[in-house]
Write a protein of this length. Structure first.
Lengths: 264, 219
């Protein structure tokens, strides 16, 4: 091998080594076209295209012949098979009475049955989903958020959100009474802090705490009108809307189910 | 006596019933016309007329359904359900072919059964292995030809049991029952293109399944 003469320059494979497209590459052929062409109801265009492809590819030609043979075999299958002798499909008078029961309701619900109102089920599913999502959003989600931040219980959450309160109600009450209390006892709210800072110098910490406690009631017992906001109703607009959507969705699904049962 | 002026020929004066709703084909085809008359009588409360239709179509429906559902008992149940449903919904029949109408109901029952069971037949229908499923052979038929035909039917039924439910329904309706694309589309509730696609893909699948038995069909 080593002493073999190299190829002459004009015989060396120095061109691009491309893979030319082979027209007889069966794997790339449209087999559905062959199947369509072998159909007894195929139109002329499809049949001509399938014949052209079959003429160029031996495997396609064989496939076409096989499909025609299978179709011919299928046409020979018995079109009628005797039922079991023990089975009687005839309807007895009792069965007939039972089958015709609820015929009025069936006639009424027929438009909502299978095939007649195919959009009923997706519509019902969509309404139900929106309703459930709305309820989750308005009832459960605020509760979870409040529990996560150490706030009120889930049941009280909608009221708190509705009132726009992010602080405990007692704080609000105190704050709302501050202007009048400040007028009569100025510095009353800062008394605990002052007492606490003064305590180390004059007395014990216990005494400082007691003096602070006595200062706060003085401010709160002042004759000021308390503004307590009423708790917001849990039946907010979104909640009512969600419940309505849920009801409509479930009703549509039930209607479809009953109509299907009765029409089948 | 026959030329007596008093002699009259009895003629039926009652008009033919159930003519107004019929399509042109139904009025020409005697079988379709017979079916329509029976159905009209059944709609007027004649249960025997409906049972005549049951007797006329039970074998045909059973053959149709038996190729779609796994076993013979299930097929029987489907046919029974189809007749019940047809009786309940007689009032909804709007003319046309009674055979197509009953077939559509049976196909829907079979498809519902298949959907509910959610299972494909793991084995070919055992009943189809039974020779009683084959039509009685002609006395003059060549035994070899008869045996070949029986074998061909078995192979086809076995392969049919392995394609998808939709493809099987489309192939049975088109090739075995001889319905056209439009009728199958209205029976199965899908578009014409979907019917064609199911038939063509189903046939390709059948050819793949029958690859090692194609000699039976090429002869």
């Amino acid at each position: 091998v080593a002493d073999r003469e190299p190829h002459a320059s004009d015989r060396r494979p120095n061109g691009d080594m491309t893979q030319p497209t082979r027209r007889d590459d069966h794997a790339s052929h449209d087999l559905l076209l062959i199947a369509a062409g072998a159909d007894r109801d195929a139109d002329d265009t499809t049949r001509a295209a399938a014949d052209r492809q079959a003429a160029e590819c031996a495997e396609c030609s064989e496939l076409s012949a096989d499909l025609r043979s299978i179709a011919s075999g299928l046409r020979e299958l018995p079109r009628s098979i005797p039922v079991l002798a023990s089975r009687d499909f005839r309807i007895s008078p009792d069965q007939a009475d039972r089958l015709l029961r609820w015929s009025g309701l069936r006639r009424l619900l027929r438009p909502f049955g299978a095939g007649s109102a195919s959009s009923l089920r997706p519509l019902g599913t969509a309404f139900t989903t929106l309703g459930i999502a709305g309820l989750l959003f308005t009832v459960l989600l605020p509760g979870f958020l409040n529990v996560g931040s150490g706030g009120a219980s889930p049941a009280a959450a909608p009221a708190a959100i509705g009132a726009g309160a992010t602080e405990p109600p007692i704080d609000k009450t105190v704050l709302s009474s501050q202007p009048s209390a400040a007028g009569q006892a100025p510095g009353a709210t800062s008394a605990p802090a002052e007492a606490a800072t003064a305590a180390p110098a004059s007395s014990t910490a216990f005494d400082a705490f007691n003096s602070a406690r006595s200062a706060v009631p003085t401010a709160q017992t002042a004759p000021a009108p308390l503004v307590v906001e009423p708790p917001a109703s849990p039946w907010s607009f979104v909640t009512v809307l969600s419940l309505a959507l849920l009801g409509i969705g479930v009703a549509l699904l039930l209607l479809r189910l009953v109509a299907n049962r009765l029409s089948s | 006596m026959l030329d007596s002026p008093d002699f009259t020929i009895a003629v039926r004066r009652t008009p033919q019933i159930a003519e107004d709703l019929r399509s042109r084909d139904a009025s020409v085809d005697p079988i379709a016309r017979r079916d329509l008359i029976l159905l009209e009588r059944a709609r007027n409360g004649d249960l025997d007329a409906f049972n005549d239709l049951v007797v006329l179509y039970q074998d045909m429906l059973f053959a149709l359904v038996a190729r779609m559902v796994p076993d013979r008992d299930q097929a029987s149940d489907c046919v029974q359900e189809a007749f019940f449903s047809a009786y309940r919904n007689m009032a909804a029949f709007r003319g046309g072919s009674v055979r197509s109408w009953i077939s559509r109901i049976a196909i829907n029952a079979a498809m519902d059964t298949q959907r509910l069971r959610k299972r494909r037949p793991a084995e070919p229908y055992p009943e189809l292995e039974d020779d009683s499923w084959q039509p009685p052979a002609d006395a003059s038929a060549d035994p070899v030809t008869t045996a070949l035909e029986t074998e061909r039917h078995r192979a086809l039924n076995r392969a049919l049991a392995q394609v998808t439910d939709d493809q099987r329904a489309a192939i049975v309706l088109y090739d075995v029952e001889g319905y056209d694309y439009g009728e199958i589309a209205s029976m199965t509730g899908v578009s014409l293109g979907t019917v064609k696609s199911r038939i063509h893909r189903g046939r390709l699948a059948l050819r793949g399944l029958l690859a090692d038995q194609m000699e039976l069909f090429r002869g």
